[in-house]
Design a protein around this ligand. Structure first.
Ligand code: 6R9
Length: 664
């Protein structure tokens, strides 16, 4: 299930994505935008002159109870310490200090539920709610350093839960509400969470779906959990375990709205967020407090040009994704922004739902993913044309490379042909945006993330770590530590070094796992993952994870999974399976294939359901027994086969391609 052909796979990716680089259109910033922009060209110069002094200036965006003595301690690399000796409270920075500065009446969150119910939460309301929740968690016996799993839909309590954890120094671990009970269990077990915060159910596509029932399943084997705090969202019947389960409204609402915060070390753990790796077990990416919040706040200010008094900002991500952490919760709230938060799907009850929301709240900044933009393109430009979108002044994209055509469509049909579009590259591991145009400064090319932000150092290097010049392609690396960088993988230092720091160990570079290329003008183009992690609608799913799920089904002997490029979702999951001897009589049977797809959805979550499953007699393997996914991808993408010389038995490809692998 692993492979040893990483290098040739990267070259292969570079070739297939080469057509992205034919882009010659360029959009310089308008005078009007530039004259009011938060970012200035000077930022690059200041940061280049003295990087650490630049970051120290950015840290001054925050309120520190004790100032730091040293900006960066890199003596124990790759374990960084930023703003050493500094102490702060993250929740106070996101909430209380805005109230104290006289902005208690400013709306923090305009929330809209899928059924159409709404809530308006000011900074003063948020302070009261976070304080109540913090008092409740204290009453439940939680103490700084304990882990709390959060498994919630996009409701205000999700934001409140995260901030209450931050306020108490508890480490939250958000698990996406679309993940299965199995996935939840693995994450709870790994972090040894003491509390799970969930809801009875969630609204999706006009239906109330259960959520707590997954928690009940997960907790059959998760002895660390003492309590489950349940938000009443849908009113559905739920099973109840006495002494363990508690209603949010009974436990939180009766608490005092006053809570005296403590301060915590700059390096106090803030959250763990699990992300796919190249082996089956998800990695718990660990983030800490001071450096993370500094970079989240700075990037949110500079890249989104936020003016807290006048902007209405909407990051339409889920809180279970790192984008939700940094750009729904921590960045915007640290900056005192007014945000929109929407619970449901974009086509419930109609395909204009988002644009209705933009019109209603006069949204000025919108941040979403290319997969969503492509879906809107498919639905047609006449839908957004029915709404007044003139309030929009900046658009952002994140999650995967944005195709130039989607970029152009986004700017034209959503941005009225006038707004800057910022394509932002970053990862769960980087914590905050790393590569992006600066609106008002950078002339953008559709499809390019352009260049590293001031204060960030990246390179594109070849196999040996040598930087490639203009026009060259290779591996994206980060060459200097940055404040929001991950501090490790929860409970697995070795895997942390191995995954990110061993590839270019002699140079001390962080290996991002993405291929990238400079065009002749030096603009940076991301080319997708070079490892075995797929990107499906912006979700990272490892091939191994899906393979393991397939192999866990009684009928499957062996499985190989590849991400094939897909016009709608970026990549689609295509699986090749070898059936067990006694199952071969249904070989290729539609029923079995349907069952296998469902099985993967149950084990990992619906997002990981393969688009296609082909039953094959053999899998292509190298001499050392490793599957050559590159060839399977050729089949999945209906291309001519690449080099087969390292195959153990080259005839297997004929077997697979000749139709024995019946597409289903
Ligand atoms: C924030 C986020 C990280 C991976 C990353 C890369 C891809 C994200 C991108 C992009 C091209 C962009 N990615 N943004 N690729 N252009 N603007 O997505 O975090 O879920 O950890 O995924 O997503 O491949 O390595 P995460």
């Amino acid at each position: 299930m692993t492979n040893d052909t990483g290098h040739s796979e990267a070259e292969h990716d570079a070739v297939t994505l080469d057509n992205l680089l034919r882009e010659s259109r360029e959009f310089p910033p308008s005078e009007r935008f530039a004259s009011q922009a938060n970012a200035t060209p000077d930022l690059y110069r200041v940061a280049d002159r003295d990087r650490l002094a630049f970051w120290a200036d950015q840290a001054d965006r925050l309120r520190w109870e004790t100032r730091w003595d040293e900006v960066l301690d890199w003596s124990d690399a790759p374990f960084a310490r930023w703003f050493v000796g500094g102490r702060l409270n993250v929740a106070v920075n996101c909430v209380d200090r805005h109230v104290e500065a006289g902005h208690g009446d400013r709306v923090a969150i305009h929330w809209e539920g899928e059924p159409g119910d709404t809530r308006t939460i000011t900074y003063a309301d948020l302070r009261a709610e976070v304080s109540r929740a913090a008092n409740a968690l204290t009453e439940l016996g939680l103490r700084a350093g304990d882990r709390v799993a959060v498994y919630l839909p996009m409701i205000p309590e999700a934001v409140v839960a995260l901030l209450a954890c931050a306020r108490l120094g508890l480490t939250h671990s958000v698990v996406f509400g679309g993940f299965s009970a199995e996935a939840l269990r693995a994450r709870i077990q790994d972090a040894e969470a003491k509390l799970v915060i969930t809801s009875d159910g969630q609204y999706r596509r006009g239906k109330a779906l259960p959520l707590k029932s997954n928690v009940d399943l997960a907790l059959r084997d998760a002895p660390s959990v003492r309590h489950v705090l349940v938000v009443n969202r849908t009113g559905a019947d739920v099973e109840w375990t006495a002494d363990r389960d508690l209603w949010w409204h009974e436990t939180v609402d009766r608490q005092s709205p006053e809570h005296t915060p403590e301060d915590f070390d700059s390096e106090h753990p803030l959250f763990i967020l699990y992300t796919s790796g190249t082996t089956g077990k998800p990695k718990g990416i660990l983030h800490t407090s001071g450096g993370y919040l500094t970079q989240a706040a700075y990037t949110h200010h500079a890249v989104f040009d936020l003016k807290p008094e006048t902007d209405v900002y909407w990051c339409a991500a889920d809180i279970g994704w790192v984008t939700g952490h940094s750009y729904i919760v921590y960045g915007p709230l640290a900056n005192g922004a007014t945000s929109v938060m929407y619970e449901g799907t974009p086509n419930t009850p109609h395909e204009g739902r988002w644009w209705e929301i933009v019109q209603r709240y006069r949204v000025s900044i919108l941040y979403t993913a290319p997969t969503t933009i492509r879906m809107f393109m498919k639905w047609g430009s006449d839908i957004p044309a029915n709404y007044d979108l003139s309030s929009l002044r900046l658009l952002g994209s994140v999650g995967e490379p944005i195709n130039p055509e989607a970029w152009i469509w986004y700017r034209q049909h959503i941005g009225g042909g006038a707004t800057p579009v910022v394509d932002t590259w970053w990862q769960t591991e980087t914590g905050a945006i790393m590569i992006s145009p600066l609106p008002g400064v950078t002339a953008t090319k559709p499809g390019s993330a352009m260049r590293t932000l001031p204060g960030i150092s990246a390179e594109i290097v070849d196999e040996t770590g040598e930087p490639v010049g203009p026009g060259g392609g290779g591996y994206l690396v980060l060459t200097e530590p940055w404040p929001a960088m991950l501090r490790g993988i929860w409970g697995d230092d070795e895997r942390f070094r191995d995954t990110y720091w061993s590839r270019f160990a002699d140079r001390g570079y962080y290996f991002a796992g993405d291929g990238a290329k400079y065009d002749e003008d030096g603009a940076l183009w991301l080319l997708g993952r070079v490892d075995d992690v797929m990107n499906v609608s912006g979700h990272r799913i490892s091939t191994t994870e899906v393979e393991s799920a397939l192999v866990s089904h009684a009928a499957v002997a062996e499985a190989a999974v590849v991400g094939a490029s897909d016009p709608a979702t970026g990549q689609g999951i295509v699986a090749f399976v070898i059936l067990r001897g006694d199952a071969t009589e249904h070989a290729g049977g539609d029923e079995l294939v349907a069952e296998l797809r469902q099985h993967v959805a149950t084990v990992i979550g619906p997002i990981a359901k393969p688009r296609q499953i082909m039953v094959v007699p053999e899998l292509p393997k190298t001499r050392s027994g490793k599957i050559m996914r590159r060839l399977l991808r050729d089949v999945a993408e209906k291309r001519e086969l690449g080099d087969v010389t390292t195959l153990q038995d080259s005839s297997v490809m004929e077997l697979i391609s000749s139709g024995l692998g019946k597409p289903a």
